[in-house]
Design a protein around this ligand. Structure first.
Ligand code: THU
Length: 161
C-alpha cells in the first residue's frame, strides 16, 4: 500500500506582525461580530473580506429558530461579496469570534461547509485566498483555502477523463 503525505503550513503570529491591510481586516471582522444574530448559540462570529477591487465586505452569523436555516459569518460575507461584486476575486478573509467570555484566545477555525465555500471562490477565480484566523493569544495565517481542505471536491473533480 502506498502512502500519500499532505503537508500544510500554518503561520502563527501577533496581529502587529501583519500588514496594515490585514490588521484593518481583522479589526473589521472583530467589529462584525456585533452584527451576529446568535440568540441560540451565543457565539458571535464576524468575517471580513478584502476583494481585489479594494472593497471590504463583512458578514456575521445569522441564526434562525429552524436551525439549518441560519448561516455562518464566512458564508454571509462571501455570498454578499459575490452578489455585489461578482467580477472581483477575494484576496483575504479575516475571521473573529466571541463567546460569553469575549474574543476567543485560540484562533477561530471555519466549519467544513465554510471551508468548501471559501475554496469554491478560490477555484472560481483561480486566485489564492489568504485566511486570517484571529485569537487574542495568536492569529493564524493560512496562505490558501485549499490548505484547509485537502482532497477537496472542486470544479475539475467532475471533468476527469
Ligand atoms: N459559526 C460561524 O459563523 N462560522 C463558523 O465557521 C463556525 C460556526 C456560527 C454558526 C452558528 O451561528 C454558531 O457559530 C455556532 O455554531
Amino acid at each position: 500500500m502506498k502512502e500519500k503525505e499532505i503537508k500544510i503550513t500554518i503561520r502563527s503570529c501577533d496581529v502587529s506582525e501583519l500588514t496594515e491591510d490585514e490588521q484593518r481586516l481583522i479589526e473589521e471582522a472583530k467589529k462584525a461580530t456585533a452584527h451576529a444574530f446568535s440568540p441560540y448559540s451565543h457565539f458571535s462570529v464576524g468575517a471580513a473580506l478584502l476583494l481585489e477591487n479594494g472593497k471590504t465586505v463583512i458578514g456575521a452569523n445569522q441564526e434562525n429558530a429552524a436551525f439549518p436555516s441560519g448561516t455562518c459569518a464566512e458564508r454571509s460575507a462571501i455570498f454578499a461579496a459575490q452578489s455585489q461584486f461578482p467580477d472581483s476575486p477575494v484576496r483575504i478573509i479575516a475571521i473573529a469570534a466571541q463567546n460569553s467570555n469575549g474574543f476567543l484566545p485560540e484562533p477561530v477555525t471555519p466549519c467544513g461547509a465554510c471551508r468548501q465555500v471559501i475554496l469554491g471562490i478560490e477555484d472560481r477565480y483561480g486566485k489564492e485566498i489568504r485566511i486570517l484566523l484571529y485569537g487574542t493569544k495568536m492569529t493564524y495565517v493560512i496562505e490558501r483555502a485549499s490548505d484547509l481542505l485537502p482532497l477537496s471536491f472542486v470544479d475539475s473533480s467532475m471533468s476527469q477523463s
